[in-house]
Design a protein around this ligand. Sequence first.
Ligand code: NAD
Ligand code: TDX
Length: 343
Amino acid sequence: MILLVTGGAGFIGSNFIKHILKETGWRVVNLDKLTYAGNLENLADVEDNSRYSFVRGDITDSELLKDLFKHYDFNMVINFAAESHVDRSIENSAPFINTNILGTQMLLDTACKHGVKKFLQVSTDEVYGSLDDGGFFTEGTPLAPNSPYSASKASADLLCRAYFKTHGLQVVITRCSNNFGPYQFPEKLIPLVVTNALEGRPIPVYGDGMNVRDWIYVLDHCEALRLVLDKGRAGEIYNIGGGARVTNLSLVKMILDILGKPETLITFVGDRPGHDRRYAVDPAKIMDELGWRRGYDFKEAMHKTVAWYLENEGWWRRIKSGEYLDYYNRWYGKLAGEKDIKW
Ligand code: NAD
Ligand code: TDX
């Protein structure tokens, strides 16, 4: 069994590769462009594993894909490669269209030509839009993306459906809620809160802080993906959700409490344009059909995650001293400017 993992140097992809090498005997090839979000340090403990190889490359490069598929004869493909940060998609959507839509199309085309047995598209609950009036996202909820990021992911999902219907490619789509855990890039809420608090910097909370996200520990997502690769039915969509639905404000307070840092660090800034109010995922289908169960308790996993960032200060400090800072100053400078807050 040879599995192509794209975007494996990012947050979820790197956790997934380590999970697969541990739980299966599969061989894994990681294709990653190493954008600002890709970091080979995330995979340092498996780089000598004989079942793991890394190739630096772009999923929009059809020649490279052709060569790679000829060389390796992949049985399965899992596509994590994406531009993944909503705020960056508001600043500039072009890289999102390029990687998330065109890149997926190139991968689908190449996978089709080589007759791979399964193609797993790692999508997101954000394609369903916002649950402003309560309820849950099911696999039948209509697509209603609100950000350029989620619109690009929804577009990729539709292409996946079309390649299944038209070309018979064995495609499965998963739509997961918000992940947290080790190696998450510190532009995302949880690592941003932990690292800013440790640095004594303000914690930017958008709008009134009452937006609700449905949090899942990253290894629970990885195990769900392994099950879908193993047993998921082609042409199907599987929702994955952690069931820990909390407001951003209560989440931030929980982390500050774990760290013993003061709530005075919380700083309300302007809202994210098009900010989805509430997400809540119903994972009944993957539980009933594939027997998936959540393995990590939300509070315990949050303590474990905070401890990881405390123990791996070098990892996030190296990131925060680099390119990330340009983006941070530009984005939060603008939001804070609306309320005259100095960063
Ligand atoms: P991430 O931003 O941490 O990692 C993305 C990875 O993709 C990076 O290693 C980057 O270098 C690579 N990449 C980007 N463009 C590429 C290209 N053109 N060619 C090859 N590699 C490229 O993202 P993440 O949070 O790990 O998310 C992974 C996937 O899971 C994404 O598709 C995202 O939409 C989806 N997802 C994420 C979450 C979440 O909460 N983080 C939830 C549901 C779904
Ligand atoms: O500084 C911040 N302040 C703040 O209040 C940031 C970065 C975020 N937020 C809010 C916005 C959201 O309501 O926190 C919530 C979580 O924000 P993000 O961490 O940016 O995640 P989100 O926009 O929900 O998207 C994430 O989950 C779904 C991932 O980034 C996506 O890739 C995934 O598809």
